[in-house]
Design a protein around this ligand. Sequence first.
Ligand code: PMP
Length: 403
Amino acid sequence: MLNIEDIRKEFPILGETVYGKPLVYLDNAATTQKPQCVINCISNVYKTINSNVHRGVHHLSQVATTAMENTRETVREFIGAESTEEIIFTRGTTESINLVASSFGTTFLKSGDEIIISTMEHHSNIVPWQMLRDRIGITLRIIPLTADCTLDIESYKSLFNERTRLVSVTHVSNVLGISNPIKEIVNIAHNHNIPVLVDGAQSIPHKKIDVKALDADFYAFSGHKVYAPTGVGVLYGKKKWLEAMCPYHGGGEMIKTVSFEKTTFNELPYKFEAGTPDYVGIIALGKALEWVKGIGIENIAKYERELTEYAVEELKKIPGIRIFGTPDGAAVSFLAGDIHPADIGTILDRLGIAVRTGHHCAQPLIEHLGIPGTIRASFAIYNTKEEVDIFINGLHRAIKMFE
Ligand code: PMP
């Protein structure tokens, strides 16, 4: 049995008030709050071992380097990768996807080639491919949705042809809280010998990830959505792809030798890590993942699913509420009658309840649904049924004000 009250005590921010009301934080899909051990970790690195990594023979540099490289091993184990060579530190999901678009694109793609993405992608899994399209003339093929907002797998199958080069899809929709059948999506692509990038921004905090079992070619995630600090993320890539791909950023650390005539590149994973990394954030990412491991990702997933199901049940009791899709994770998106989502969000805010409203960086999905945006409540391990009740009561009050 999880003791949620004890877990809550580890998050100092949950004791804050907003407009004199206790904070009810239901915007976890945007970013999670940080436990004290992660906050302490950042402070302790600066207090005791701060030194630039990988470059020094002196003690502090070596200790900082070891701590950073320990996180690489923690990440490797957390997502079930084969080797730490396949774990690249980035600034987050966005940079991880941009890295693949740039390096995979430069190495393997040419005008007329095709990439498959889906209708429910976050902008960070759309725009990098469009930029590549405008640079080299590739074509984007879009997986449509079924009436219940799931990916239309039959249509997906029909998008493959001899010009297809990559599939890039989200594991879990940040708007709908729906998990995509990623293993099936990968299998279908692999039957055509096509690699798959999985946007794991919304799956890493809520699911046991095993990149080898999924057989994903790339898996991208952000630390800040899984209790770690902002500014650090990960790109997992199969070694065979990463070895073949050209570097992304040029600079220190990613090189073996440099002369004005010729530069040779470092081995994996450093080939993709130019410049001073956010080693403090990376070390704290390791702490956050250890913290998650201590609770157990399956326990977290089960608890959050129950909380989300409870929220969905309660929402369905409110007349005029329209829920989009059938969420199976930790987020639910809805509208209340014709009331603009931003109006509801503003009133909930005054009651101390933080939800996100708008297009959630997924404008094509919102356009497909033909709505101005949604109200999204998204949950983490520290949320409670009582908070769901406060949210539902707040929603009743907000709706009444507009009646
Ligand atoms: N993909 C999805 C599905 C997301 O939810 C997010 C964050 N909202 C991102 C990508 C981008 O993540 P970041 O801003 O941390 O790079």
